[in-house]
Design a protein around this ligand. Structure first.
Ligand code: NAP
Length: 331
């Protein structure tokens, strides 16, 4: 890596990218971020170079990557919405990887998902497998990290389960609730990513925590942390989806998609390998109980709406809404 000046992180004002950036800066690295929110206020106090993550301008994208030692790539979309699809996310990822190769980036550390498969019936897992293949075939040395549900104060799934448990008298679990998840702490993911960035071998590893929960046990843990007395009931998945759509109207968000319900129930968010993260959700959630679910975290605000609240794909704006990420600088 001698002579290479800086690392590049996609999404340093987002969730995982913020912790990777924080870790790199703490190590004394110079860091550049590529982000869809270049004007978002952050806790980095100007210690970060900020460039737009622009897939439509390949030349500028390549120039923003030129000289980068390692690209830490967190870019992906949680669900298809408006003009955004998993297919467009794969194409955007292809553009990013091609630009990184052209720019001479030395290594890619890519955040993927546990159990991706090109044959998956789920677009998320299929798309992730497609991007992994693009990286493996890019010729750029790589590390692929496959996390499960990532927990931390900005983590949407666990926070919003807590929010629902705090605000509604009943919480509906899709199906039996016996399907499992193996949550991993966002700081552990960042540490694994940065360690993989320092390595030189091509590698693929799961980024998973030390505890495995059934979904039902997870909801009960979060309920106890949030001090919720909501009735937790098991309902057919289609009913849970309808209820989440009704609750979604209160918060003007897509709380859960059909694919997410089915993906959860398929048990894809666990690893067959030993845990690589050390932080236990049971302990972390106990220390952060006062923050869990206090505020609803809105995916559409984070990634699909402009400052005026209008959906970007309707008004063509390039500036997503900048609110809705908790300032976690003290946690
Ligand atoms: N969060 C989890 O629980 C979890 C679990 C397993 C795997 N992962 C994977 O981990 C990686 C990071 O996830 P994260 O939750 O930390 O993501 P994030 O910070 O919300 O977003 C990561 C990057 O993707 C961009 N992005 C996200 N949604 C977008 C959209 N709809 N349109 C355009 N750009 C979008 C963000 O843009 P901005 O720069 O504008 O913010 C950011 O650059 C992803 O690859 C994800 O698939 C996450």
């Amino acid at each position: 890596m001698a002579g290479r000046e800086f690392d590049v992180v996609t999404g340093a004002f987002g969730y995982t990218g913020k912790y990777i950036t924080r870790r790199l800066l703490a190590m004394g690295r110079r860091v550049r971020t590529l982000t869809g929110h270049p004007s978002r206020a952050s806790s980095f106090n100007g210690n970060l170079e900020v460039y737009p993550l622009q897939f439509s301008n390949r030349r500028d994208l390549t120039e923003s990557l030129r000289g980068g030692a390692t690209l830490y790539n967190t870019y992906w979309v949680r669900f298809a919405h408006g003009s955004t699809s998993y297919e467009s996310a794969v194409e955007n990822s292809r553009t990013l990887i091609d630009a990184a190769r052209e720019a001479g980036v030395g290594r890619i550390v890519h955040i993927s998902i546990t159990n991706p498969s090109v044959d998956s019936k789920f677009g998320y897992f299929r798309g992730k497998a497609a991007v992994e293949r693009l990286i493996a075939e890019s010729g750029i040395p790589y590390a692929i990290l496959r996390p499960t549900v990532i927990f931390g104060v900005e983590g949407i799934l666990i926070n919003n389960i807590a929010w629902l448990l705090r605000h509604f008298p009943v919480f509906a679990i899709p199906g039996k609730g016996d399907y499992c998840l193996q949550p991993v702490y966002v700081v552990d993911v960042a540490e694994l990513a940065v360690a993989a960035g320092k390595d030189s071998a091509n590698m693929v590893m799961d980024a998973v925590g030390p505890e495995v929960y059934s979904f039902q046990a997870l909801v009960r843990l979060i309920a106890s942390r949030a001090g919720s007395r909501a009735l937790i009931v098991r309902v057919p998945p289609a009913i849970a989806l309808v209820l989440s759509q009704v609750a979604g109207r209160f918060v003007n968000d897509v709380i859960l998609t059909r694919e997410e319900v089915e993906g959860l129930m398929a048990g894809l968010l666990v690893s067959k390998n030993p845990p690589t993260g050390t932080t236990r959700l049971s302990e972390w959630s106990s220390r952060h109980a006062h923050l869990l679910g206090v505020r609803y975290l809105c995916e559409l605000d984070r990634h699909f709406r402009g400052e005026d609240g209008e959906e970007l794909w309707l008004n063509g704006s390039k500036t997503p809404k900048s609110a809705n990420l908790l300032d976690d600088s003290n946690v």
